[in-house]
Design a binder for this molecule. Structure first.
Ligand SMILES: Cc1ncc(COP(=O)(O)O)c(C=O)c1O
Ligand SMILES: N[C@@H](CCCC[NH3+])C(=O)O
Length: 415
């Protein structure tokens, strides 16, 4: 199902004209579809329905509290990586008993906050973290429920910046030492072992690396059983990709049908942490062409969105689809680099795009719901964009555009 589709040549977000949103809220403007979010969450929930499971949406992909709230209402849990994300989930009405806390550098303060909230599980990523968590929890007279996030050393075949399950990545505990660490954890007074986790990378299109990782994790689970450590859950991570261009994404149903048979006969709850696959195609970024210019026979369309709004193209050389909001144009089709106003040559959202453009035209960057706004910055003292949620014919601001005062908040002149 398409949530952002053309009707009579005009791009709609659900039942609202994208041009109406641009006029009403200004540009650049992130727009999310509530129906898309809900349907994508349900696709994961239903795919895992044959087994006890919990979908924990990865907050980093899009952490707006309205997005989190829509998912929390459907029963979603959350995968967090910071005290800030914990705060957001709680503010959004998320259930702490469905929170898993990943991340390689949890501070003692973050651990205390998460213990205070009584989250479901810490995904421990190093030996040092295990000792720190034990000591923080024990001092409070608590036991922290943990899974070790193991690094299974499989190649997820994705961009090196978003691959996380290889030996040379900083994530997780080397699976070769996991058994020893579990045995040590079993003796720690501040630790209760409940599971195991792995997450091998993002924008995965092939199920095989996920199956390979699972085989290694299941072998570990068997070794642990042999030494008397029985786990309650396996967290298979997130990472399913979406279609930016012509990729064939791995659908939740296909993924689950490949994964679940491996678990038959095992009494394990399945946890998963999808981010991009839930929000990626639930969002787009509307932007306006400010200036058309030609340098040395190269055409540039300078838009009012920039690398500070959407850094994926320049950071990962990610190809993101850029379309006209109004398909019709009397302008000549030319080859453009679509660039922002930021003072960096790397400030581009698309290169070599064949488009008919005039100054003032509206464009939309598709599949911008994941790792879009959450990676935005204020570089060049640019206020971050407004975020809007559409639900049928309704539309609401879920984050106001930043003001100039917002940008200097907390700064001070010398006395
Ligand atoms: C531990 C963990 N879980 C879940 C995710 C979500 O990944 P994705 O958005 O690719 O589903 C990430 C990010 O890659 C992660 O590091
Ligand atoms: N930010 C990355 C994904 C990061 C995954 C985090 N573990 C992207 O936009 O593709």
């Amino acid at each position: 199902m398409e949530y952002f589709d053309y009707r009579d040549g005009e791009l709609f977000a659900e039942d609202v004209r994208a041009s109406e949103l641009a006029t009403r809220y200004g540009t650049p403007c992130y727009v999310y579809s509530r129906t898309a979010l809900e349907n994508r969450y349900r696709a994961f929930d239903e795919a895992l329905s044959p087994v006890p499971h919990q979908v924990c949406y990865a907050v980093k992909a899009n952490s707006n509290i309205a997005v989190l709230n829509v998912l929390a209402r459907l029963g979603s849990g959350f995968d967090i990586v910071s005290g800030g994300e914990l705060f957001r989930v709680l503010r959004a009405g998320g259930d702490p008993s469905k929170i898993v806390f990943s991340g390689v550098g949890k501070t003692a303060e973050e651990m205390r906050d998460a213990l205070n909230a009584n989250i479901y599980c810490f995904n421990v990523e190093s030996e040092s973290e295990l000792h720190r968590l034990n000591s923080v929890a024990h001092k409070r007279g608590q036991r922290a429920r943990i899974a070790l996030r193991v690094n299974p050393d499989v190649d997820a075949k994705t961009h090196p910046y978003i691959s996380t399950g290889l030996k040379n990545n900083k994530f997780g505990v080397d699976i070769a030492i996991a058994e020893r660490l579990y045995a040590e954890a079993a003796k720690m007074p501040g630790i209760e072992i409940i599971g195991v986790a792995s997450h091998i990378g993002s924008q995965l299109l092939d199920v095989q690396p996920l199956l390979d990782a699972m085989d290694r994790v299941l072998a570990l689970i068997d070794r642990l059983k042999a030494i008397g450590i029985n786990l309650q859950h396996i967290d298979v991570g997130g990472g399913l990709g979406v279609r930016y261009n012509d990729e064939q994404p791995l659908e939740p149903g296909t993924w689950a049908r490949a994964l679940l048979p491996k678990l038959s006969g095992r009494d394990l709850k399945v946890m998963t942490e999808p981010g991009r696959a839930i929000v990626g195609n639930a969002g787009l970024l509307i932007t306006r062409v400010e200036t058309i210019k030609c340098n040395n026979e190269k055409n540039f369309a300078v838009i009012d969105a920039a690398m500070n709004d959407l850094i994926r193209p320049t950071l990962y050389q990610a190809w993101m689809k850029i379309v006209r909001v109004n398909e019709k144009s009397s302008a000549e089709v030319k080859n453009y680099d679509i660039v922002g106003p930021v003072c960096e040559s790397g400030d581009w959202l698309g290169k070599d795009r064949e488009l008919a453009l005039e100054e003032g035209d509206l464009l939309a960057v598709r599949t911008a719901g994941a790792y879009g706004f959450t990676m935005a910055s204020n570089y060049n003292t640019r206020p971050r964009a407004v975020e809007v949620m559409v639900d049928g014919e309704r539309h609401t601001i879920i984050r106001a555009r930043e003001t100039l005062d917002d940008l200097v908040r907390g700064e001070a002149l010398l006395p």
